[in-house]
Write a protein that binds this ligand. Structure first.
Ligand SMILES: Nc1ncnc2c1ncn2[C@@H]1O[C@H](COP(=O)(O)OP(=O)(O)OP(=O)(O)O)[C@@H](O)[C@H]1O
Ligand SMILES: [Mg+2]
Length: 337
């Protein structure tokens, strides 16, 4: 197939949309891993697939790069039917981060990162430069790490190399299967934080699989909740999913503490009350005006206060009471997402 939308590296940050149309996978033994699944992943967004073990998440992900061939349906990337392409060739243009990273143990880090560029025939100098650039991007000093072997890195560092490797040829689509699951919760939080910053720079179209609802809420622009057989229960931005699960099954899945989670994804600004002109703000804790209701509540609890002042560019711009934190109408919270 000729050069297509998927291969054009385009300007930095360009991304592709992904459309899954009634895709399904039935294994030869009759197991219906995915019955009939559809999803629209917008360009430059991070979509999370979440659901119980065995519900078909990895199967869906692997159908997108054709490590698994669907038994029905169509998959379009920027409108192009990828099932009509050469599968091996296709995979060179789709970054893939697998669980437990899957680095090649006998290759050093730089060589691991260069895997796809090598297949694409880049020259050695360009590959090495790209590998070092990516190591910096994921927060690993090339001078220290490029020549190490995977077993000489910590689990979290290996995960970052996995992400760097998937980004090496600047793919427009990135598939990630439980990319941060192999590290402890603290390291995971840090990796997620770094990954969000990275995504703000590279703006790839990402489909990420996880078991962890907190990770989904933290990273996802949209979350698809799945049930057995790849049945799509709900597809919505995090705040909407938490504030308005549209079935008991989704409600149970997102958990009883979803109220708190919702605060963490709801901006505080719409809930602010104007400050009385000249009113003293001293003594009250402050919070950044572009923070969330969760930040506001945390500041109040830390200072044992019932009110917080929101600050922007060093100026107080409004106040928020503890009661108001829990009072934000749902529609308003959703409208902001
Ligand atoms: N080669 C195969 N033959 C038959 N059934 C299979 C095969 N591979 C996977 N399955 C089944 O397909 C279903 C979906 O598997 P999949 O790996 O997509 O689940 P998952 O949602 O990623 O689960 P987990 O969260 O545990 O990783 C499971 O019931 C699994 O047993
Ligand atoms: Mg899986």
């Amino acid at each position: 197939m000729d050069a297509t939308a998927l291969e054009q590296s385009g300007p930095a940050g360009s991304a592709a949309s992904i459309t899954l149309e009634h895709i399904g996978k039935t294994y030869p033994d009759g197991t219906v891993a995915v019955g009939d699944f559809g999803l629209e992943v917008r360009a430059g967004e991070l979509t999370v697939l979440i659901g119980p073990s065995g519900c078909g998440k990895s199967t869906i992900l692997r159908m997108i790069n054709r490590l698994i061939e669907p038994t029905k349906g169509r998959i379009l990337i920027d409108g192009e039917n990828i099932l009509e392409r050469n599968a091996v060739e296709l995979r060179r243009h789709i970054g893939y981060v697998i669980q437990n990273v899957g680095l090649f143990p006998h290759q050093n880090i730089r060589t691991n990162i260069g895997t796809v560029p090598r297949m694409l025939g880049w020259d050695k100098k360009r590959i090495n430069e790209r590998a070092d650039e990516l190591l910096e991007l994921v927060g690993l000093d090339p001078a220290r790490y490029a020549k190490r072997y995977p077993h000489e890195l910590s689990g979290g560092q290996r995960q970052r190399v996995g992400v760097a490797r998937a980004l090496a040829a600047d793919p427009r689509v990135l598939l990630m299967d439980e990319p941060f699951s192999a590290v402890d919760p603290i390291a995971r939080g840090r990796l997620q934080e770094e990954f969000l910053k990275l995504q703000a720079t590279v703006r790839k179209t990402i489909v990420l699989v996880t078991h962890d609802i907190d990770e989904a809420v933290r990273l996802g622009d949209r979350i698809a909740v799945l049930a057995e057989g790849g049945r799509l229960l709900q597809y919505a931005p995090p705040a909407e999913l938490l504030s308005r699960p549209d079935s008991t099954a989704v409600g149970d899945f997102v958990g009883a503490d979803r109220g708190i989670r919702r605060l963490a994804v709801t901006p505080l600004r719409p809930a602010l009350k104007p400050l009385d002109r000249g009113a003293p703000v001293d003594g009250r804790p402050s919070v950044a005006a572009d923070g969330t209701l969760y930040d506001a509540l945390a500041a109040m609890l830390a200072a044992n206060a019932t009110e917080v002042v929101a600050v922007e560019d060093g100026q107080p711009v409004g106040s928020l009471s503890r009661a108001a934190v829990f009072d934000v109408p749902q529609q308003e919270a959703e409208a902001k997402v």
